[in-house]
Ligand binder design. Sequence first.
Ligand SMILES: C[S@@+](CC[C@H](N)C(=O)[O-])C[C@H]1O[C@@H](n2cnc3c(N)ncnc32)[C@H](O)[C@@H]1O
Length: 256
Amino acid sequence: MTDYEEFITNIKRKTGIDLALYKEAQMKRRLTSLYEKRGFNSFSEFFKGIEKNRELLDEFLDRMTINVSEFYRNGKRWEVLQDKIFPRLLQSNKRLKIWSAACSTGEEPYSLAMVLSNYLPLSQISILATDLDENAIAKAKAGVYPERSITEVPANIKTKYFDKEGSFYKVKDEIKRTVTFKKHNLLKDAYDHHYDLIVCRNVMIYFTEEAKDQIYQNFSNSLRSGGVLFVGSTEQIFNPSRYSFDIEDTFFYKKM
Ligand SMILES: C[S@@+](CC[C@H](N)C(=O)[O-])C[C@H]1O[C@@H](n2cnc3c(N)ncnc32)[C@H](O)[C@@H]1O
């Protein structure tokens, strides 16, 4: 077994996270630069360090998860969501079941609530938002963001749903109340069903082809017929019909 393979086994035993399902070269590069910075010479030394030091475990989790996000990320796609996808979904149902999977620090589920508030009262909006990383979820619940996170937010929405606090922007409680955050590992935990919309963006790029295949299949099983999967802007699915998906628009897949 190589040094990295042994590390994978140890991390899986300790945290339940299976690094073998993440692209190897990328993940190894990121983790190697972290352990070298912390003065270790190998993955086995690094793991011994992690066993002794909770902060190092947190740092490892932080490095492997990559929490970069922003509100209305790739703004044009959010226009399609608002002007085409939501109106169709709302034709058949006014109580949409929505999941923001790998939601990171909350920008994505809060953006969903803000867009949907153009059509529905906030009291009728309920979004499940999940991530593997509990630290990211804690930040999401706090809902406080630097200005660079909200550059794509339409001006009227900025005024309506954010309070400025110093140089930060805080999401208003009325929006926060529409989102429920939970820890969920896309590679391991059970998926719920009958979703109208699943948003999963900018995480599939980190997974191996086998892992992606399984996750797309799970998403397909989790959507009701006519439901939509919204993916990231580098993450088009090459063979959507394999998962019973039709292309509804660029980066939007409709379950047949
Ligand atoms: C780059 S962020 C994407 C955030 C947001 N979806 C967006 O597009 O802006 C990737 C997120 O995926 C999460 N993640 C990584 N592996 C995961 C897994 N196995 N299950 C659930 N979330 C995972 C990370 O914790 C991180 O918050």
